[in-house]
Each structure stands twice: as structure tokens, then as C-alpha cells.
Design a protein around this ligand. Structure first.
Ligand code: AMP
Length: 322
């Protein structure tokens, strides 16, 4: 009875394109956080954030998602409800005594440069991702940004994944490079931003950097360039993926995670080979990232409709045809 009343109060369920019986699911591990975000125009404390949250919600538009992460007992129930509304499987989400990972960042006026103000690890400090039995057979695996040793620990538990992609951040290049190098040998795809590519390879030229990163293991490498889109390098050569042109960015936190989440969700939903589908999947990733930037935290993404995603994909097709 109570459940029925609460349901009525919630906004309409986000529609899904997939049939959960036919579609491949995506397993996503990463941070599940409370983010306090400051921009020149506004300040929003303790919004739902974390690499896995952004990636999972973006992927959920296209495929069923299994989330693996940890939160503390202070984690607001409304955010668990939000995951559920996106049909995200929470069997792999641990709720432990202690505080949820809290990250705080501040953007400069240009909305590109960001400063981390605070990182409170809370329950993340002792987190070991343990996969429930059915999760171990997942075919599509996204190791969203967390310590590379934890990303490897998830891979140790998988049986025969079809496509494994990892994301990272500058912190791990600074403090856990040997772990990251070990992980790279086990990946199909690796996603990083241009400054991280420079840091990893000491190369200014992105195309030379891509070649060097392939030598470290991954068959597919994607370098993100923020509002300038991304570049894929793979067996069929390069693909230049545009960012959706936004004239107003409210909060870019999680855009990278939304990009790779949307891409993996779309890829898992597509029939045919990875090679055939990856470019189009990246375009969907660009579009889910664009919605993320239009609101604080996940506030805009969660309101997005499939028809709006399709419209932006078509616009990007038009913008890049010649
Ligand atoms: P992005 O804007 O794509 O770099 O992702 C921002 C997200 O990364 C935020 O939601 C943070 O909660 C999360 N984050 C920040 N620092 C870390 C960290 N050290 N480990 C894992 N996630 C983090």
C-alpha cells in the first residue's frame, strides 16, 4: 500500500527501448558517491554522483545494467529509488556501516577547469568489489573510474566477458601506475582524456599517444577531449566522434562517465560485431554526455526521454555528413 502511494508521487518511469529478456546487460563497477559541486553560478551539496552512477544511468537507456559499488548507511533512500527507476540491478551494491564516498569540486568560469576541494573516502576506503554469482557471466563490462587494483579485482571474478572497457583518472596515473599498466594488458578498450593520455605517454600529439597506448594492451583506445568530442583508434583506423554542440553547460561533472556508459549500453543492445557498432555507440555516448552537462549531477539525465536522445543523434549525423 505504502509502495503504491510512493510510486504515484514519483515522476513517470523513464522509458526503455530494450526488452530485458533479449538484451545483453552491462556490468558497471565504479564509485557511487555524494558530490558537492560548485560552479560560478550555483552550489549544490550532496547530489547523487560517482563514476558508476553516471555511467549506469546513461547505459540504462539502452540496456539492463548491473551496478557494483558501495555506499554508507547515510546514502539517501531517494537515490536508491532513482537507481531502481532506471531498472538498475542493485544486487552488487554493498550498503556498509559508515559514510558514503563524498567528493567535492569547483569549476572555474570557463566550466572546463575543475579543482577537487575534498575527497572523503568513507566506506570506499575498505571496499572490495565482490560480484554476485550471476554477475560473473556478464558479457559487457565497464570498469568505470576507481582504483585500478579494484578494477582488476572485478576482472578476476569474471568468466568470459565479451568486451571489457576501463576508464581512469589522473590520480591513478600519479599514485597507482604499476596497477594501471597491469590492468591495461587485460582490456579490450581503454578510455581516457587528452591530458591523461599526455601524462601516460609523455606525447603531445594525440595520434602518436594513441599508438603508444595500443602497445600497452588495449585493441581500442578512446581519447576524450571534453567539448571537442573524442577520437577512437581501433583495427579499422580512427573515428572522430563529435561532442553535441551545447551553448549552455550547467555542470560537466560525470560527462565522461555518461559518455562511456551510454556507449557501453548502446553497444550491448546492438546486434552484430563490436567493430561494426562501436562508432555509432560512441555517438550515443556523446549524446547522453550532453544531457548530463545540462543539469547538476544527474538531474537532467534522469529526465531525458529516448526521443530526445534520438533527435540529438540525428542532429549529430547531419552535422558531420559531407
Ligand atoms: P568526471 O566528471 O567524468 O571526471 O567524473 C566525476 C565523478 O568522478 C564524480 O561524480 C565523482 O564522484 C567521481 N570521482 C571523483 N574522484 C574520484 C575518485 N578518486 N575515485 C572514483 N571516483 C571519483
Amino acid at each position: 500500500m505504502i509502495v503504491a502511494v510512493r510510486k504515484n508521487k514519483l515522476p513517470a518511469l523513464t522509458e526503455r527501448r530494450y526488452n530485458s529478456q533479449n538484451n545483453m546487460s552491462v556490468l558497471i563497477v565504479g564509485s557511487t558517491a555524494l558530490d558537492s559541486i560548485k560552479t560560478p553560478r550555483a552550489e549544490n551539496p550532496r547530489l547523487l554522483g560517482g563514476s558508476a552512477s553516471h555511467a549506469a544511468v546513461a547505459a540504462s537507456f539502452f540496456s539492463p545494467v548491473k551496478l557494483v559499488g558501495v555506499v554508507g548507511e547515510d546514502f539517501p533512500k531517494k537515490y536508491l529509488e532513482l537507481y531502481r527507476r532506471h531498472k538498475i540491478d542493485l544486487e552488487g551494491l554493498q550498503i556498509l556501516p559508515g559514510k558514503t564516498f563524498h567528493w567535492s569540486g569547483e569549476y572555474e568560469v570557463n566550466m572546463n577547469n575543475r579543482r577537487t576541494l575534498l575527497t572523503e573516502l568513507g566506506v570506499f576506503e575498505t571496499f572490495t568489489p565482490t560480484l554476485p554469482e550471476p554477475h560473473r557471466d556478464s558479457q559487457f563490462v565497464l570498469l568505470a573510474n576507481i582504483a585500478p587494483a579494484l578494477q582488476s579485482h572485478v576482472l578476476d571474478q569474471m568468466r568470459r566477458p565479451k568486451f571489457v572497457v576501463a576508464d581512469t583518472m589522473d590520480l591513478w596515473l600519479n599514485i597507482a601506475l604499476p596497477d594501471l599498466l597491469k590492468l591495461l594488458k587485460r582490456l579490450d578498450g581503454f578510455v581516457l582524456n587528452d591530458s591523461e593520455a599526455h601524462q601516460l605517454t609523455k606525447e603531445d600529439n594525440l595520434f602518436t599517444a594513441l599508438k603508444k597506448i595500443h602497445k600497452l594492451g588495449p585493441k581500442y583506445v578512446i581519447i576524450k577531449k571534453g567539448s571537442h568530442g573524442s577520437i577512437l583508434s581501433g583495427p579499422r583506423g580512427y573515428f572522430i566522434c563529435p561532442a553535441y554542440p551545447l551553448s549552455k553547460v550547467v555542470d560537466p561533472t560525470g560527462a565522461g562517465d555518461s559518455f562511456v556508459g551510454g556507449m557501453m549500453g548502446r553497444l550491448a543492445a546492438a546486434k552484430g560485431s563490436i567493430e561494426d557498432n562501436l562508432r555509432r555507440a560512441m555517438i550515443y555516448g556523446s549524446v547522453t554526455a550532453s544531457f548530463c552537462c545540462e543539469g547538476f549531477g544527474l538531474t537532467r539525465t534522469t529526465k531525458t526521454k529516448l526521443a530526445q536522445i534520438d533527435r540529438r543523434v540525428k542532429e549529430l549525423e547531419k552535422l558531420t555528413r559531407f
